[in-house]
Design a protein around this ligand. Sequence first.
Ligand SMILES: Cc1ncc(COP(=O)(O)O)c(C=O)c1O
Length: 400
Amino acid sequence: MQISEKSKQMELSPIRRFNEMARDAENRGIKIYRVNIGQPDIKTPECYMEAVRNYPDDVIAYMESGGTDDLREAVSDYYASFGDDFAPDEIMITSGGSEALSMVFTTILNEGDEVLVADPYYSNYSTFVLSAGGQIARIPTHAEEGYHFAYRERIEQAITPRTKAICCTSPGNPTGDVLTQDEMHMICEIAEEHDLWIVSDEVYREFVYDGGAVASFGREKEYLDRIIITDSISKRYSCCGGRIGILISKNRDVMNGAMKLAQGRLSVSTLDQAGAAALFRLPTSYYDEIRDEYEKRRDIVYSELTKIPGVVCVKPRGSFYVTVKLPVDDIEDFLVFLLTEFEDKKETVMFAPADGFYYDSERGKNKMRLAYVLEGEQMRRSVELIRLGLEAYEKKQAEN
Ligand SMILES: Cc1ncc(COP(=O)(O)O)c(C=O)c1O
């Protein structure tokens, strides 16, 4: 018996691969700073817990497949608060942003269709696109340019007769790159010219630093028929385990197609939808506080990174990730060294090797992705451990 070719093409998560080695190090009494995964340490707002605790019904029943009216109204109001007009029936609640993405690609792709992404990209896109029968196609980016991809010629060069959609992640994972509203507009023009869908993954929407404006494809009113937005409570509200995501589109075919999949899986967690509705009703000051906290962390991480000889890193403008070129030939070998041989005062650090985020893993062989999900002092120590680890690694290599 054989499993499918689709499944064979998929990869295990590059982020979770080194967990066993990390556990072994912990069993040896080593403290590990885990900056490999986008799991923030920020407290989930209390209103979520209260809404779950005070849930009034005696039976935790199935809810409507597209989500509860209460949550969809709360999401619609949240979007209206920054000028985007989406009615509750243009909003579907999903099990995390992950399910929203999976439903979108299943709804829009035929066998062999290509989805354009800026390379490196959030590696699960590949899983979702492949399982929907599509293929990833890439827009190359460069560390020296901060991995920015929004250049008309570069995007147009990557379009082929098989291209069906362009998937944009702004602010971005794994690079922290951010699109301006003008750049989103330019991408809409290209999409219209080539008749492409735009899948806009906006799970990090408010995480924009240096006074940058929060942009959204939802504001591109003339193009809304081809725009599909995916969103989530995971990062914005530090509620990764709540597993509530959102799919938004004014295109009825997309919403009807997604509804067939939603009905197939019946419903999303009832209690978590109650909690999520409370989150979307938080005052806007909440977003400012969270952004300021991550911006502080970003500044610490960047300033510590620039102390490492040979790194290439442009200050990221958004999300809570930075992808950094290091003076090593094999990033996985360096990570294994950090987890199995290196320690400083019984401490070491774990990042995500960036090769797993690249279309061609060779291009990520000398890069790491850091998630600044720990508070400032711990982030400072994490980067210090990378610097000390590099010195020890270079010494070891010189001796061999
Ligand atoms: C860019 C991006 N999109 C989507 C997701 C999925 O998030 P969730 O399924 O937790 O909502 C993540 C998670 O890390 C992400 O980084």
